[in-house]
Design a protein around this ligand. Structure first.
Ligand code: B1M
Length: 211
């Protein structure tokens, strides 16, 4: 049986080959991919963040841990994205301007795909005008924004303002998330939905398209 503690340690230490191998083994043994994420991989990244805050880790350690996590997600993502026949709706997703964190955003995108949504991923460091253009060109029903930094979070409000200024705000629902984002902040900036995790994001997206 796969050593789950070893997987946690492999992410924490940024050992990408060991992380991939242990994830592959666990999946082969039938471990639920969602459980692997929620109980091992995400807690390992949280511990990486804690160590960074306490100066036990620095940016290079963050980078190697992120690389290990990304390798794990490459194996898990296809298992989350089991599509239904009819798309539940179209979502444009991105990490806001100035912010390069994409692990959480990628997870939300994968879960939305798994939940039957068509997802257009604009990537990271996305300027407001790119969100506006994507809504216009793609006819998306939802704009989903992620931010991991307190300094980039206000970029979500800027995007909402840009959607308003360009006359497309009434056509879309806006949902936001990311570690520093709260329901209160979402309400403050006039977002329609918020979730603090990727599965919740799917529930929120579903509720927004039926309104
Ligand atoms: Co950065 N970083 N980082 N980092 N990093 C944090 C966010 C930080 C909290 C670490 C810390 O101090 N404890 C801190 C922010 C502090 C703050 O703003 N108050 C921080 C900092 C300071 C920085 C730099 C400034 C460091 C520096 O250079 N001095 C720098 C900024 C770069 C930039 O963006 N311009 C930086 C850089 C990086 C790396 C590039 C090295 C790397 C990112 C690699 C990558 O993403 N490709 C990195 C990492 C890995 C982290 C931590 C350790 C882990 C983030 C992560 O991937 N978590 C992070 C500490 C932490 O969060 N514990 C930290 C796992 C992921 C699954 O969770 O993204 O929260 P998360 O997503 C969750 C939910 O938030 C939610 O669902 C996801 C799944 O449950 N969610 C949504 C996310 N988006 C959503 C959208 C939704 C709904 C839900 O709807 C649309």
């Amino acid at each position: 049986m796969t050593d789950i503690q070893a997987l946690y340690t492999a992410v924490l230490e940024g050992d990408a080959p060991a992380t991939r191998e242990l994830v592959r083994q666990a999946l082969q043994e039938g471990v639920d991919p969602q459980k692997l994420l929620d109980e091992t991989l995400i807690p390992a990244m949280d511990e990486v963040g804690r160590r960074f805050e306490t100066n036990e880790y620095f940016v290079p350690e963050l980078l190697v841990a992120a690389r290990a996590m990304k390798g794990a997600l490459e194996l898990i993502r296809p298992l989350l994205a089991v599509r239904g026949a009819e798309p539940a709706g179209k979502v444009v997703i991105g990490t806001v301007r100035g912010d390069l964190h994409d692990i959480g955003k990628n997870l939300v995108a994968a879960m939305l795909e798994g939940g039957g949504f068509e997802v257009i991923d604009l990537g990271v460091d996305v300027p407001p005008e790119k969100f506006v253009a994507a809504v216009r060109e793609q006819g998306a029903q939802i704009v989903a924004m992620s931010a991991l930094l307190t300094t980039t979070m206000p970029g979500m409000k800027t995007v909402i303002e840009a959607l308003e200024q360009n006359g497309v705000r009434p056509k879309v629902k806006v949902m936001v998330g990311g570690a520093p984002v709260t329901q209160r902040y979402a309400d403050e900036i006039g977002a329609d939905g918020f979730s603090d995790n990727a599965s919740g994001a799917v529930r929120v997206a579903r509720s927004l398209v039926v309104v």
